[in-house]
Design a protein around this ligand. Structure first.
Ligand code: G3I
Length: 315
């Protein structure tokens, strides 16, 4: 077949894309595949647009790492997804160790989101992982100081900086209906009724082989019914190592199931895998004994999962 992105676009989706990270860009064989825009029509920087990287000192912005990936995407005629603006993790120490009151933190969030969205336009994960798995708000510096208002502060600053950028909220364990998905849906409703711009919801989709949520498609439709688009933003499907033919076959079916859900929902804009190769997956360093989560193996050879994705894109 033509590449994954070419097939996705022919079927009416905006893109099929991949995350990447700056240290990987010295690997020329890796970059050659990443840069093939018939394969990938969109890139997400895995780390270099996070707060610690973009505003390491208060009010001092560093665009170098992010720009390296944006420039590569532009050179390859690929879309860019900004990741991310407000997240509890990977914050600079000036922010986590400072004691800011509500007025000060409002200004800090507004300046940060306005500046980075004004600098790199396209689509952005403005709010990242705001909820606990039980649907309550995550306790972090933003919620603890501003309550849920931090969400509208960030979205309003981003929308003022660039009205055409698609503004997203992104989370995991919202792919299936449940308390966490409901919390996100309630947030969408309250933002919309308050007139705050929210364009989309990211389903991260870090899954486990054989344990794909059963109702992804139905749940996508529930979000779309609220007047937002959805995207699959960080898809990977890990297994307990060593990988076997049976696990790889199950993984192929699982990728096919997830991609098919997006293809079946008109309001699902696009799909991004959280890097395309096992060589650079985040999984083994986070989940001991697990890995092989991506559609290309450590030697940059396509796995059965690739064919599962291709089959789903072709419909
Ligand atoms: O930059 C330092 C480097 O200086 C140091 O030598 C090295 C030694 O540990 O660490 C480097 O930082 C690491 C960073 O990735 C860059 O490689 C951090 O330790 C490591 O924790 C960090 O992991 C990233 C993680 O987010 C936390 O930010 C992963 O690469 C990245 O794939 C992962 O991505 C997240 C999304 O942003 C949000 N959704 C979940 C997803 C997976 O966890």
């Amino acid at each position: 077949i033509a590449g994954l992105n070419a097939v996705a676009q022919a079927a009416g989706k905006k893109y099929f894309g991949s995350a990447t990270d700056n240290p990987e860009l010295t690997d020329t064989a890796y970059v050659a595949i990443l840069s093939d825009n018939t394969q990938f029509g969109q890139l997400t920087p895995g780390n270099s647009m996070k707060w610690y990287a973009t505003e390491p000192e208060q009010g001092t912005f560093d665009f170098t790492g992010g720009q390296q990936i944006v420039s590569l995407a532009q050179q390859n005629k690929q879309l860019m997804r900004g990741h991310n603006c407000v997240w509890y993790n990977e914050l600079p120490s000036w922010l986590t160790s400072g004691t800011f009151n509500a007025t000060e933190l409002t200004s800090i969030v507004s300046t940060h989101c306005g500046t980075i969205v004004g600098h790199w336009k396209d689509s952005w994960d403005i709010i990242n992982e705001p909820f606990n798995d039980d649907g309550t708000w995550r306790s972090d510096v933003f919620y603890n100081t501003l309550g849920s208002d931090f969400v509208s502060v960030a979205l309003n600053a981003a929308s003022a900086a660039d009205p055409s950028t698609k503004l997203y909220m992104n989370d995991y364990n919202i792919e299936n209906p449940g308390v966490k998905a409901t919390a996100m849906q309630n947030l969408v409703k309250s933002l919309k009724s308050a007139g705050v711009k929210i364009d989309g919801i990211g389903f991260e989709s870090h899954f486990i082989v054989g344990e794909i949520p059963a109702d992804i498609q139905q749940n996508m439709e529930a979000f779309v019914a609220l007047g937002v688009e959805v995207s699959i933003t960080e898809l990977d499907i890990r297994m307990t190592l060593p990988s076997t033919d049976a696990l790889l076959e199950q993984q192929k079916q699982d990728y096919q199931t997830v991609i098919s859900a997006c293809m079946a929902v008109e309001g699902c804009a696009g799909m991004t895998i959280w890097d395309y190769t096992d060589k650079y997956s985040w999984v083994p360093s986070t989940f001991s004994g697990q890995g092989a989560a991506c559609p290309w193996d450590e030697n940059l050879v396509k796995k059965p999962a690739y064919d599962g994705i291709a089959a789903a894109l072709q419909g």
